[in-house]
Design a protein around this ligand. Structure first.
Ligand SMILES: *Cc1c(COP(=O)(O)O)cnc(C)c1O
Length: 374
């Protein structure tokens, strides 16, 4: 937390606006509208945002929706909420995000058969944007709308543009594990004010105007609370600082491992700023000397939390039998990718402890050391 969060929360209490209406909600939406240049609606989670985003794009029973296979469940499960059918597409090595070439081939093939998907979800993973230009080109050519899942990319940029603003609908998350947090929460942006109004309507149980409880449409309890908005507003004021801190953590690891073989920071694509929300590395067993799983086990034994990169959706029991285009890259990233402790609040001493444990796990280190001594 910074210093503004508690102050805004206290204001919410003093003004006695604790629920899903209030000044901080309006202000958060206004501040996001300013940040993105679009209209914004604050929601209870990023997942809720993905769900309402798909509904805005007209996704319904039996429609096909493209999603990267490498993503978090919250980014694609809403496809199933609408009884639509996901088609998973592999990642590219350069960004670890949706492969624009595979997407292009897929849409060209589908266009020939006259069976285009209803929408494409693009996720910007670990703090880095997908390569949007070719994705926008091909989706524009075939008039397939894009929902940008920017849950992990708040603070990043793509050629100077804010992720979440390049497609038709953009979604952010204020979950506790993200670069900034409201304790929970999400937010949807779109250029079309009518769409944003519609999402706000759905998020408050789709209650028709008037004092009595009339409903003509199915709604949801998806609105953010004013208290959560107060925290999120405070956090927006430290976003730049958090990006600086996360990048510093990742680059300090990279520097500390520069003499080790077989451990490399995830690629930093030249087209934008990678926040390095998580410090992700790839382990090459042949050179590093132990597998990624061995490294995680060694770290856990030293009380250092480390996790694999996301498990691809086409390998999940939930999505068994779902169509997947490629998949080998995502599987490899999941097999060899590791997320090291990445907190903005990680002290140099704590990070040194992690660095030493990683170095201890690498059998090549002793050789490296002795060569240096000579
Ligand atoms: C966190 C996350 C979500 C879901 O956001 P919540 O606020 O946790 O519902 C969706 N997609 C991705 C890629 C995420 O990392």
């Amino acid at each position: 937390m910074g210093t503004w969060e508690r102050r805004f929360v206290e204001e919410a209490f003093e003004e006695n606006w604790i629920s899903t209406v209030g000044r901080h909600l309006n202000e958060l939406e206004r501040e996001f509208a300013e940040y993105t240049g679009l209209s914004a609606v604050a929601l209870s989670s990023g997942t809720a945002g993905i769900h309402l985003g798909l509904k805005l794009l007209g996704v319904t029973d039996g429609d096909e929706v493209v999603s990267p296979t490498l993503t978090f469940a919250g980014g694609c499960n809403p496809i199933l909420y609408e009884r639509a059918r996901p088609v998973f597409i592999d990642s590219e090595r350069r960004s670890w995000n949706l492969d624009p070439e595979l997407l292009t081939e897929f849409l060209e093939k589908r266009a020939k058969r006259g069976k285009l998907p209803k929408a494409v979800i693009v996720a910007h993973l670990f703090g880095q944007c997908a390569d949007m230009d070719p994705i926008l080109e091909v989706c524009g050519r075939f008039e397939v709308p894009i929902l940008e899942d920017a849950a992990e990319a708040l603070g990043a940029d793509y050629r100077g543009r804010v992720p979440g603003t390049l497609g038709d609908v953009g979604v952010f998350s204020f979950n506790g594990n993200k670069i900034i947090t409201g304790s929970t929460g999400g937010l949807l942006v779109a250029s079309d004010q009518e769409w944003v109004n519609k999402a706000r309507f759905w998020s408050t149980q789709a209650r028709d105007p008037g004092a009595d409880y009339r409903h003509s449409e199915l709604g949801y309890n998806y609105r953010m609370s004013n208290v959560v908005a107060a925290i999120a507003r405070g956090q927006m004021r430290v976003l730049k600082e958090r990006v600086r801190q996360r990048r510093a953590v990742a680059f300090r690891y990279r520097e500390a491992f520069s003499d080790l073989p077989g451990i490399t920071l995830m690629p930093q694509a030249e087209y934008g700023t990678h926040t390095n929300w998580l410090s992700c590395f790839l382990i090459d067993e042949e050179h590093f000397g132990v597998t990624r799983d061995d490294l995680i086990a060694r770290l856990h034994a030293a009380n250092v939390e480390a996790r694999p990169v996301w498990k691809p959706m086409h390998t999940q029991k939930l999505y068994q039998g779902t169509e997947v285009i490629g998949g080998a890259v995502a599987e490899d990233l999941n097999l060899r990718g590791i997320c090291l402790p990445s907190s903005s609040s990680l002290s140099d001493e704590e990070q040194d402890f992690v660095i030493e444990r990683v170095r201890d796990a690498c059998p090549a280190v002793s050789t490296v050391k002795s060569t240096k001594d000579v």
